[in-house]
Design a protein around this ligand. Structure first.
Ligand SMILES: C[S@@+](CC[C@H](N)C(=O)[O-])C[C@H]1O[C@@H](n2cnc3c(N)ncnc32)[C@H](O)[C@@H]1O
Length: 453
């Protein structure tokens, strides 16, 4: 391709799509340029900052004419914050974009008919839904800042009232920031290994009780007693405070060591009529309202029978396993995180459910072992992380020949790749239900019904 674009060029164009990081996509003479911001329909001015063989990267300088899809954001940090690129996007248009994106992946990557994708289920009130946040701590303009990163950078957008978080979570963050200023605690500097706090984690439950996790770069958390006193005096709903120690250089938020400073070991939350006890590091779906809809859909797609033997791969703290167990003969849950498996076993007791067995290990390792043991499985649920299932897991599932597979995914691209693999065997992908689990962001949740032909 003859590239007419150079680094430093200042250009104008219309945003024609959104990229996978939430920035705008523009074309210059058929050459694609990915911007850090911008909404479909915006006419923008941008500077080219990188030119590769097949695409360029640009920084948005100005919106010359705003898109008709734009609305004023109710969040006062939206301009800088990379957390919710869709806060300016009418909610109905956010949903439409997500639906189209999934359809595109299903057709292009999955080589499947996009008509199997059903309309996305959105939220009535697409704010204050996040029950778990991990927020970076750093400096902005020489002042302590706590907030998500700006898009495409490690600069912190200093938030004051994040509209996807709970009110209590926003207030706790403000209190910790004031505490850091008053007691002269510094944000942790990964490069020089100086300073104290690097992230704040907050989990909240349906009764607005909170677990707070202070992530430090070393064991040392000065004035921790004062911090506990200030937090618990100001918030009667804080039920647990942990320190997590992470001296690593990578992007992972939590280090291995969690030290309880105050209160309960775990926080308990509910989905439907089930209770779940959650350790600080265990996975729990972030949007309680949509999770109930998601799990009901999983159950519907599984078409459970009392004689069914079920596998729930990537089971986390056993939520889906327990959600299904009362209608099945036995459920085996498989999960790689040891603490999550301990939570899952505890959750079975908490809900008086006995026909479940939780196994700790990777699905790649445990599934072939279950097959070797001769366990016959009727139906399988998989709910892997964003990278999707390992090919070996899919191949073992095919060999084990269950009647149905239900695939839950938060990444349509890896989902489409895995569906292509499954549909090249005896399995047929019947229906895909989309859910908006993450309003304001570019992310979508899918649940898929797959049946043996
Ligand atoms: C998207 S979460 C789903 C959890 C659960 N189904 C739920 O709804 O809460 C994915 C889970 O897979 C686990 N995981 C990641 N890699 C794994 C692997 N190779 N084998 C088994 N579990 C894995 C993660 O720890 C996480 O708990």
């Amino acid at each position: 391709m003859d590239i007419s674009v150079k680094i430093g060029d200042i250009l104008e164009g219309e945003v024609i799509d959104i990229n996978y990081e939430g920035g705008g996509v523009v074309k210059k003479d058929n050459f694609t340029i990915f911007l850090d911001k911008g909404l479909i329909g915006d006419i923008v001015k941008y500077r080219v900052v990188k030119v590769k063989k097949t695409y360029g990267i640009g920084k948005l300088l100005d919106i010359i004419k705003p898109s008709d899809h734009r609305i004023p954001s109710i969040c006062n940090t939206s301009e800088e914050c990379g957390g919710c690129p869709f806060q300016f996007f009418k909610y109905t248009n956010q949903l439409k974009w997500k639906e189209e994106k999934v359809k595109k992946d299903i057709e292009k990557i999955g080589r499947l008919d996009a008509n199997i994708v059903k309309h996305i289920i959105g939220m009535e009130e697409p704010y204050r839904y996040r029950n778990n946040v991990q927020i970076p701590v750093g400096f902005k303009d020489g002042e302590i800042a706590i907030g998500f990163y700006e898009s495409g950078s490690y600069n912190i957008a200093n938030m004051s009232n994040c509209v996807i978080q709970t009110e209590i979570s926003n207030e706790i963050i403000k209190t910790i920031k004031n505490f850091m200023k008053e007691y002269n605690l510094k944000p942790y500097d990964r490069k020089n290994k100086t300073g104290n706090i690097r992230h704040i984690g907050i989990r909240t439950n349906e009764n607005n009780k909170a677990m707070v996790i202070i992530v430090t770069g070393s064991r040392n958390l000065p004035y921790s007693k004062e911090l506990i006193r200030i937090l618990t005096e100001n918030f009667k709903d804080i039920i647990s405070i942990y320190q997590n120690i992470n001296s690593g250089n990578g992007p992972v938020v939590y280090g291995k060591k969690f030290k309880k400073l105050y209160g309960e070991d775990k926080i308990v939350d509910c989905i439907g009529d089930l209770k779940f006890s959650i350790s600080p590091n265990s996975f729990f779906q972030v949007n309680r309202v949509q999770t109930k809809i998601l799990y009901d859909k999983v159950k519907e797609y599984m078409d459970l029978k009392s004689e069914d033997i079920i596998f729930d791969l990537y089971c986390g703290i056993g939520t889906i396993s327990l959600y299904m167990a009362r209608q099945a003969k036995k459920v085996y849950g498989v999960e790689i995180v040891e603490e999550a498996i301990k939570d899952a076993r505890e959750n079975a007791h908490l809900n008086n459910i006995e026909n479940v067995e939780f196994i700790c290990g990777s699905s790649e390792k445990i599934l072939p072992e279950l097959k070797e043991k001769g366990i016959k499985v009727d139906k399988i649920v998989v709910d892997p992380p964003r990278k999707g299932c390992e090919k070996q897991v899919l191949d073992t599932i095919i060999e084990m020949n269950p009647e149905r597979i239900v695939y839950v995914s938060c990444n349509p691209s890896t989902l489409a790749r895995d569906l292509k693999h499954l549909s090249e065997s005896v399995y047929k992908v019947k229906e895909i239900q989309l859910l908006d689990m993450f309003p304001g962001s570019i992310h979508t949740e899918c649940v898929v019904r797959i049946e043996r032909a």
